[in-house]
Write a protein that binds this ligand. Structure first.
Ligand code: ATP
Ligand code: MG
Length: 241
């Protein structure tokens, strides 16, 4: 489904992503793991075209997407998680969800009323994530973990077929971590394809079909979770990184 071919991204002197290639097969969960600064988020941002790449190509269903604008990529069914800064404090949970339409984050929607369709979709998403009771809560009333769920909900509003999640469970408590991992698995059961960026190797082992390990901009290993867990080079990076 997604094919990353020889992608390189530099920031002035730093090669953040160095000649990386891998595929994410349809209907699977692929996790991109690695120590801080490995280049995971940068690669993630290259796929959703927050950054343009310096060399290489990115294909979605055999269509080249590295030359497309962000909203066009979203229109192809690619949904990405938003950082918490995208969550607007003065709005309710429902209003925050409704801002995320099929063409991506759209602040202009604030200028029109929330439609019945928006509300129905937002209700479905809140129910899926178990946050329906928060529908009228303002952002100020939410815990950090509840905001992380809302972050995930924002991605689901546009019903993407390919979902990119950058540390969707960073810093949440163990119970919420289980909930989030469970929901990600359910999304796969619904036929979605997921690229998950994570820092913590343990976290992704149970739910991933494939794990890609990055370190210092390069891919150092790729395989099934069991293969990665016993890979000496990977363990070394984690122990010394
Ligand atoms: N916008 C930017 N401008 C300059 N350098 C950047 C920028 N974004 C990332 N970098 C650098 O690129 C490298 C990779 O960073 P990146 O954020 O992709 O790592 P990461 O694997 O996501 O790390 P973490 O696990 O901490 O989130 C780092 O050296 C970082 O300092
Ligand atoms: Mg990151």
């Amino acid at each position: 489904m997604l094919s990353i071919k020889n992608v390189t991204k530099r920031f002035s002197g730093i090669v953040a992503v160095n000649d990386c290639s891998f595929d994410v097969e349809e209907g699977t969960i692929c996790s991109l793991i690695g120590p801080n600064g490995a280049g995971k988020s940068t690669l993630f941002n290259c796929v959703s075209r927050v950054y343009s790449i310096d060399s290489g190509n990115i294909f979605l269903n055999n269509k080249r997407i590295d030359n497309l604008a962000t909203h066009k990529i979203a229109n192809l069914g690619v949904g990405r998680s938003f950082q918490l800064t995208r969550v607007l404090d003065e709005l309710s949970v429902t209003e925050n969800l409704v801002l995320h339409t099929a063409s991506g984050f759209n602040i202009h929607l604030l200028k029109r009323a929330v439609t019945k369709d928006d509300e129905v979709k937002a209700e479905q998403v809140m129910e899926f994530l178990g946050i329906s009771h928060l529908r009228h809560s303002s952002m100020k009333e939410l815990s950090y973990g509840q905001k992380k769920l809302l972050d995930l909900g924002s991605v689901l509003m546009a019903d993407p077929s390919f979902i990119l999640l950058d540390e969707p469970a960073a810093g949440v408590n163990p119970r919420l971590l289980e909930t989030i991992l469970d929901r990600i698995s359910l999304l796969k059961d619904q036929g979605k394809t997921i690229l998950l960026v994570e820092h913590n190797m343990e976290m992704v082992m149970g739910i991933s079909d494939k794990v890609i390990v990055m370190a210092a901009g390069s891919i150092i290993a790729e395989g099934k979770p069991s293969e990665i867990q016993s890979n000496k080079e990977v363990l070394e990076v984690y122990l010394t990184g």
